[in-house]
Design a protein around this ligand. Structure first.
Ligand SMILES: [Zn+2]
Length: 101
């Protein structure tokens, strides 16, 4: 399973293991919220934040939207900058190591 994690909103309220992240359905280009662990789906960040029940297998193949997509949707305010910087820091690590080799 591919883990989506670049546009995190917060910890999943259903499984509390995964992160709810913004993803985009490839066929429709529609953004929605998805848990990268239990794969629950919400149509809108507000649905997730108000702890509504998720849905499963509603959407098809998904990809990760970039910052511009999220901004266009006006969903940037839902993104957790703290979680996001954690992801970026994790991704930076191997690069740092090669510098010090
Ligand atoms: Zn979950």
């Amino acid at each position: 399973m591919v883990l989506f994690e670049r546009q995190p909103i917060g910890s999943c309220c259903i499984c509390s293991q995964g992160w709810a992240v913004v993803v985009k359905e490839i066929s429709s280009q529609k953004c929605f919220v998805y848990c990268n662990e239990c794969e629950a789906e919400w149509d809108h960040p507000e649905d997730f934040l108000s702890k509504q029940e998720g849905e499963w297998f509603k959407y098809g193949k998904i990809t990760e939207p970039n910052d511009k997509d999220v901004l266009c949707m006006g969903w940037d305010k839902y993104i957790s900058q703290e979680l996001k910087s954690r992801v970026i820091n994790c991704k930076m690590k191997p690069v740092d190591q090669t510098i010090f080799l």
